[in-house]
Write a protein that binds this ligand. Structure first.
Ligand code: JDH
Length: 244
């Protein structure tokens, strides 16, 4: 997978791209990320990329010229998937990240100020994505979130992920609690079952806790799942019968 990022503040992305799973995915040639400065396609002596909005009002708009020139260079055959990060986009989900991880070339367009001229969206953008219902200062951090979500599910990028997906449905639930040593810390005990070495009981406990957490914190998430008769029995036994 190749990802080109077009941004006014490319330096925001560099450290995160050089860390952890994203670094390893690139070292293993599963992923190539190139971050480009939109200003490199400015044509005037001040390298300007923004201008005042027609119709008036506060804030600046990214001009179409530099973005069209950049996309002509980055996407000459027009085969790439061009994504504009915007609060108006399709909400990012795990399913969307997984589906995008199957593409070969993504171009992520990062806006600033009040966003880009509408003609960029009309002519160049394939997909608009939002990372959530809150307001960021620009698209760079949203692009980073999207790259992180895609990078960790790339085929072969994270050995654990694929096997965990095959193993169980628990990835659709919130995580169960985790503990490490010591077994007692400031008077707080690790649950006995986790120290027992009884792996069937441990699996059952973890699954019950995952169901319990999801029911308590994200009831709508639980409603979407197809619970088995056993799941419902577990929820009832845990005193969460009113939720299903
Ligand atoms: C790209 C510029 C800043 C701030 C207007 C919007 C009231 C418009 N999930 C996400 N949140 N924010 C972004 C994002 C923000 C961006 C750009 C992505 C480019 N900005 C900006 C405020 C407005 N505002 C909210 N309305 C309720 C009007 C842009 C993002 C993503 N992805």
């Amino acid at each position: 997978m190749k990802i080109d990022v077009l941004a006014l503040f490319p330096e925001i992305l560099a450290p995160a791209l050089q860390t952890g799973i994203l670094r390893r995915a690139q070292e293993a040639d599963k992923l190539a990320v190139n971050v480009h400065n939109l200003r490199d396609w400015a044509t005037d002596k001040h390298k300007s990329v923004d201008d005042y909005p027609y119709g008036g009002g506060a804030g600046m708009i990214l001009k179409p010229g530099p973005i069209f020139s950049a996309l002509a260079d980055l996407n000459p055959g027009q085969t790439a998937h061009v994504i504009y990060l915007t609060p108006q986009g399709t909400p990012l989900t795990q399913a969307l990240a997984e589906s995008l991880s199957l593409e070969t070339h993504l171009i992520l367009l990062c806006g600033r100020y009040k966003g880009v001229d509408e003609r960029v969206r009309d002519r160049l953008v394939t997909t608009e994505i939002s990372i959530g219902d809150y307001v960021l200062s620009g698209g760079e951090i949203a692009a980073l979130v999207l790259i992180d979500a895609i990078g960790r599910v790339l085929p072969g990028a994270l050995g654990d992920y694929e096997s965990a997906q095959v193993d169980s449905f628990s990835h659709e639930l919130l995580d169960h609690p985790h503990y490490t040593r010591p077994a007692e810390f400031e008077g707080m005990q690790v649950p006995e079952v986790l120290l027992s070495g009884h792996h069937d009981n441990i699996e059952k406990w973890r699954y019950t806790e995952a169901l319990r957490r999801t029911a308590q914190r994200r009831p709508a998430l639980l409603q979407k799942l197809e619970l088995t008769a056993e799941d419902i029995a577990i929820l009832k036994a845990a005193g969460l019968t009113e939720l299903k």
